[in-house]
Design a protein around this ligand. Structure first.
Ligand code: MRU
Length: 346
């Protein structure tokens, strides 16, 4: 079998109290599968980004609550269960999906622990269906907005099956364009410091047989100014009520450059990433991951020992720079004056 017909990877699964996940820190060199059967290991896996991407950590969190309810009966071992809920929910702060899924499964586990597993599976299935829907809606929109029939799509971080459960968000749009023979090339940014674009998006694009060329992060804005891409497609970790969007650091600079170049800038995310209780991007907590990731690449130091660094994992793109948000159920055309609460969008 060539890379081009490699089957889809299902990032995450759960059977009988054990979460199985591909270890994204080992890719692309090694395909390692982790079997996680306790809360401390799950929290550590989320924190070190073995499982990452907003929808994927949401699903992992849902399974984590189901697993915790098996280990600590919420009705009799309440303190241990509630500590587990807290630790999972707080493992990463920016992606709203984690809090959303924990808050969905935990109340069910508190009254009927067995039903928690069914709810977690429902969340996984919803993410799968959402990825397919976003791919179709997004591909239609890209073709409509660009008027082109062969698309050059720039993207950042990893928003594919690894970041969801299968197919993804922004990368699902690219995959759908490729399946429709409408993808000229994908242009992923490498995405320092942890190289999700260079390590993971390339791995997925290669497996799906899509044409692509990798660029360094700082080349993105310049290449947009030279007309190298027809569209920028990004995922999201949290979309505030006014449309401001938190996503991987570097998204904001791409949005500024896309505006300057007149290139559509499209956010692709499931409805579960929209957080109407957060008014604007100013209210979104941005995870700071500390200096070590900046001062090194894949554990090799690139700066003198003791170098301090600033390491925001995400930035916020203001709504005014976003052409449209594509979810699994609707398209919100921000550039045309629609809002997240407009009646018209659908
Ligand atoms: O730090 P990461 O790798 O979890 O960041 C992921 C992103 O920024 C993604 O773009 C976002 O979660 C959407 S994934 C479908």
């Amino acid at each position: 079998m060539s890379d081009h017909d490699a089957p889809a990877v299902r990032t995450l699964d759960y059977t009988d109290g054990v979460i199985t996940m591909i270890d994204q820190t080992a890719l692309p060199q090694d395909e390692v599968w982790l079997e996680i059967d306790n809360v401390a290991d799950l929290v550590a896996a989320i924190k070190r980004l073995s499982v990452r991407g907003a929808p994927a950590i949401g699903v992992a969190g849902a399974y984590g609550i189901a697993m915790a309810a098996r280990l600590h009966d919420p009705l009799t071992d309440t303190d241990a269960f509630e500590t587990a809920v807290h630790d999972i929910r707080e493992a990463r702060p920016t992606a709203v999906n984690l809090a959303y899924t924990v808050d969905r499964v935990a109340p069910i586990a508190r009254t009927d622990p067995a039903e928690a597993e069914a709810e977690a599976h429902r969340i996984r299935d919803e993410e799968l269906a959402a990825s397919v829907a976003m791919g179709e809606l997004g591909a239609d929109l890209v073709l409509e907005l660009t008027g082109a029939d062969s698309i050059r799509a720039m993207t950042i971080c990893n928003t594919g099956g690894l970041a969801t459960v299968e197919r993804g968000t922004a990368l699902a749009v690219i995959q759908t364009l490729n399946e429709r023979s409408a993808l000229a090339e994908a242009i992923p940014l490498e995405t320092r410091p942890l190289l999700q674009g260079g390590r993971l998006t390339t791995w997925e694009l290669q497996r799906m047989g899509a044409p692509f060329r990798l660029i360094v992060d700082s080349a993105g804005p310049f290449l947009l100014s030279r007309g190298a891409a027809d569209v920028v497609l990004i995922g999201a970790d949290r979309i505030a009520a006014n449309g401001d969007t938190a996503n991987k650091i570097g998204s904001f600079s791409l949005a500024l450059a896309a505006k300057h170049a007149g290139v559509p800038f499209i956010v692709v995310a499931p409805e579960s990433t929209i957080d109407m209780s957060t008014a604007s991007g100013d209210d979104i907590e941005i995870e700071d991951r500390g200096p070590a990731e900046v001062a090194s690449v894949r554990s090799t130091a690139i700066a003198p020992e003791g170098t301090d660094a600033i390491n925001p994992a995400f930035d916020v793109t203001p709504a005014e720079l976003i052409t449209a948000i594509v979810t699994d159920t609707r398209i919100i055309r921000l550039a045309a004056g629609e809002t997240l609460t407009s009646e018209a969008n659908g």
